[in-house]
Write a protein that binds this ligand. Structure first.
Ligand code: NAD
Ligand code: 4PL
Length: 247
């Protein structure tokens, strides 16, 4: 096994809390030097301080291309980062009758266009530095389930999965791998304080195994996919949801 990430430079977007924070912890524990990028800069800094191991927290709005480009250049120091985890997103709970164009555009911007912005810059930098880096996108099993009260979110996550496949094709020739993970309902900081918290009973009934998904359950799979152990995997989408969806 070579799940070690010793000496790798990683950026995790939306890592101030929840699943992103657990991913930052797992990558740091595997030896990576982690930058936590979040619109909540204070949260990013305190998460980085608690993780230690050289982790750093920075303020960055993933929808703002100029901020993202500067954040990635700062993180790269000697040319490029090795690992980009596109995790930042809004997890809305909004009945279909309340979905308007403004909501739709905000979710597509935050949950899909942000993935393009960071991936464009990071893969260009990896290519220029001759670095065989990797991009890991956090999608959702809501794409497969068509989960209620999240129509724009489900559409954005479908876009993330499509883009994962297309970008893998485009950058494979440079040795850059691009994969995605689709978590099921997970007890993250955001979900805990949202109406989604009421769905655990129903979702557990659909899962093959009982229990509430935890951020660390997702992070372990991410740590594997960005490691050399997954060196022959690209363009893939790995479902992590206790078997709620049996693909
Ligand atoms: P969360 O709400 O707990 O955390 C999201 C983080 O993203 C926050 O720190 C927030 O500040 C940050 N963020 C939001 N908008 C941003 C922006 N514009 N720029 C930078 N940072 C921004 O969410 P979570 O539940 O941990 O979800 C993390 C990822 O997992 C998301 O991609 C989400 O869609 C996905 N996911 C979550 C679940 C779940 O049930 N929790 C299930 C499937 C997929
Ligand atoms: C099944 O991605 O995949 C609730 C909230 N239920 O965010 C999700 C399911 C939620 C999901 C998600």
């Amino acid at each position: 096994m070579s799940t070690s990430l010793d000496g790798r430079k990683a950026v995790v977007t939306g890592g101030a809390q929840g699943i992103g924070r657990a991913i930052a912890q797992a990558l740091a524990d595997a030896g990576a030097e982690v930058v936590i990028s979040d619109i909540n800069g204070e949260g990013a800094k305190s998460a980085a301080a608690e993780i230690g191991q050289g982790a750093e927290g920075v303020t960055c709005d993933s929808t703002d291309a100029a901020q993202v480009e500067r954040m990635l250049e700062d993180a790269a120091q000697d040319g490029a980062i090795d690992i980009l985890v596109n995790n930042a997103s809004i997890v809305p709970f909004i009945p279909w009758d309340d979905v308007d164009l403004a909501h739709w555009q905000k979710i597509i911007d935050t949950n899909l266009t942000s993935v393009f912005i960071a991936s464009r810059k990071a893969t260009d930098m990896m290519r220029a530095a001759g670095r065989k880096g990797t991009v890991l996108n956090i999608a959702s099993n809501a794409f497969y389930a068509g989960t209620p009260n999240m129509s724009a979110y489900v559409a954005a996550k479908g876009g993330v999965i499509g883009f994962t496949r297309a970008l893998a094709t485009e950058v494979g020739k440079y040795g850059i791998r691009v994969n995605a993970v689709t978590p099921g309902l997970t007890e993250s900081d955001g979900v805990k304080v949202s109406p989604h918290a009421e769905s655990f009973g129903f979702v557990e009934m659909l899962q093959a195994m009982p229990g509430k998904g935890q951020p660390a359950d997702i992070a372990k799979v991410v740590a594997f996919l960005v490691s050399d152990d997954a060196g022959w995997m690209t363009g893939q989408c790995v479902n992590v949801d206790a078997g709620m969806i049996r693909l």
